[in-house]
Design a protein around this ligand. Structure first.
Ligand code: ADP
Ligand code: MG
Length: 488
């Protein structure tokens, strides 16, 4: 029998707020362990939670960005479990009244090549609920150490429907989700810092059937490549079990990066194991529809919508939009440059090609500035460069030299052109006399050109460009050469 895989993901995202979900204790990544706590975080007797309203609003914005319905009311439940990462022995979460309901994420599957747009589809979401992050346990050789800094950080759990079929779709989903969350300013989604974490649920069913098979849940997937590898491993493992006539046991499994394999962690717990009940210390939260409208209005255009707009309205090719749009910083840089000088194609090209190449080179050299936000170039640099090329001050060729120079120094391109004397020569008399010399010096090229080999003209342009140090106006040079050869 042949099987198809069914995949549902649960993605946890730390919401970027200054303070924690139920107390004013601050959170920043990388602080000395157990310094960002207070009696509420530690669950000391007599403490009471105080709601962080900003976290609720940001989670609602996340929901709006992912096209969820926002509940009129959400409430807090205690999920009871006894484990050292939870100082209170319960986690505050939203069980039966989550803040965001439904939702969908547009994904793009890989195309036949990197330069060709792939198929788009939607992945349906089930819900997003808010909860508090537990503390972080680190298992060492003979010891487990606990850091409660992370405990109580606002955490949004995004739950998809079992709506993906393979690891490629799951990867496309996570990338699209990450871009949406970064665009909305909810989180930086740095998986290495634990800002975004993913559990993957996988089951198999006979091809062509609709009911769901028994699933396993994979934990500890802290990079997108781990998610991909773990899903592929699990599909192969379950296929083998079913092929051998076995049954899948519903369980939670742990992915081990070092051995690239997973092992059983525990049999899957059921909801009733957690004895959920409403938290008696926190009131249900009423969501004001007017405020939801305001929050919605603050959200930016979604990345794939932006990409369609760049391709449609600005006529940019997919090869460029697929570089600019998934990256909020790059697309904001691009739009800021357009404000200075509206030449979308030239500016987009400089950003997607020259700027990224210079940044990659700088990074390879170990330079400190290798991302757009801390490099010396501003949108005005690139816009001005495009402008002085359009207006004939310098040629495109010289523009390449100016680009590298301004990237390294941060000096404006028009200033570089002035101080280095790179201004294009539009002196037709000088160019014409150099053309005459070139024609006289290379009869072979002239006759080849006459015989129909248009490329032979390049051999005549070379000496003129050399004599003018690349500054001869290329269009003028081309015209003059052709005229002189035709006349002679
Ligand atoms: P739980 O109560 O264990 O959290 P949920 O029903 O909330 O279970 O589902 C958790 C995740 O598992 C969701 O992303 C859902 O899409 C996925 N899921 C549920 N059943 C299956 C299945 N049979 N195969 C694959 N994924 C599944
Ligand atoms: Mg769950």
């Amino acid at each position: 029998m042949s099987y198809e895989a069914v995949i549902g993901l649960e993605v946890h995202v730390q919401i970027k707020t200054r303070t924690k979900m139920f107390t004013a204790a601050p959170y920043v990544y990388g602080a000395e362990p157990n310094t960002l706590t207070d009696p509420v975080v530690l669950g000391l007797p007599g403490t009471l939670p105080v709601l962080n309203h900003l976290a609720i609003e940001k989670c609602a914005q996340l929901g709006l960005m992912l096209q969820c319905a926002i509940a009129e009311q959400c409430k807090w439940d205690r999920k009871n479990y006894f484990y050292p990462d939870s100082p209170k022995n319960y986690q505050l979460t939203q069980n039966d009244q989550p803040l965001c309901i439904g939702g969908k994420v547009e994904i793009e599957l890989p195309g036949p090549s990197r330069n060709i747009e792939g198929e788009h589809r939607w992945v349906q979401l089930n819900r997003i609920h808010l909860e508090e992050d537990p503390g972080k346990l680190t298992h060492e050789a003979f010891d487990t150490v606990i850091d409660f800094n992370r405990a109580g950080v606002p955490l949004a759990e995004i739950v998809t429907e079992p709506d993906m079929q393979n690891s490629t779709e799951a990867v496309a989903f996570l990338n699209a989700l990450r871009n949406l969350i970064i665009y909305a300013g909810i989180s930086d989604c740095d998986m290495e810092k634990g800002q975004m974490r993913c559990d993957a649920n996988v089951s198999l069913r006979p091809v062509g059937t609709n009911s769901l098979g028994t699933r396993t849940e994979m934990k500890n997937l802290n990079s997108i490549s781990n998610v991909k590898a773990a899903i592929e491993y699990e599909i192969a493992r379950q296929t083998q079990i079913l092929d051998e006539g076995g049954v899948i046991v519903q369980e939670t499994r742990r992915w081990d990066v070092d051995s690239s394999s997973s092992s059983s962690l525990r049999s899957k717990e059921e909801a009733h194991d957690y004895r959920y009940f409403p938290d008696p210390d926190l009131m249900p939260v009423q969501m004001d529809p007017k405020r939801i409208e305001q929050l919605d209005a603050q959200l930016p255009e979604r990345p794939l919508d932006k990409q369609r707009r760049y391709q449609g309205d600005l006529d940019l090719p997919y090869t460029i939009t697929s570089v600019l749009c998934p990256n909020l910083q790059l697309s904001e840089f691009f739009e800021a440059a357009l404000e200075v000088y509206a030449a979308p194609k030239a500016i987009a090209n400089y950003i997607a090609n020259d700027l990224l190449r210079e940044l990659a080179d700088a990074s390879a050299r170990g330079a400190s500035s290798h991302c757009v936000s801390d490099c010396k170039l501003t949108p005005a640099h690139i816009a001005t460069l495009a402008k002085i090329i359009d207006t004939g001050v310098i040629s495109k060729q010289i523009g390449k030299e100016v680009f590298t120079e301004m990237f390294n120094t941060g000096i404006m391109p028009d200033v570089i052109v002035k101080t280095k004397g790179l201004k294009q020569s539009n002196d037709s008399e000088e160019i014409e006399s150099l053309c005459r010399e070139a024609i006289a010096g290379n009869e072979k090229a002239v006759s080849e050109y006459r015989a129909g080999n248009l490329k032979a003209l390049n051999a005549l342009k070379g000496p003129v460009m050399k004599a003018t140090k690349g500054k001869a106006n290329p269009a003028m040079l081309d015209d003059l050469l052709k005229q002189l050869i035709d006349k002679a």
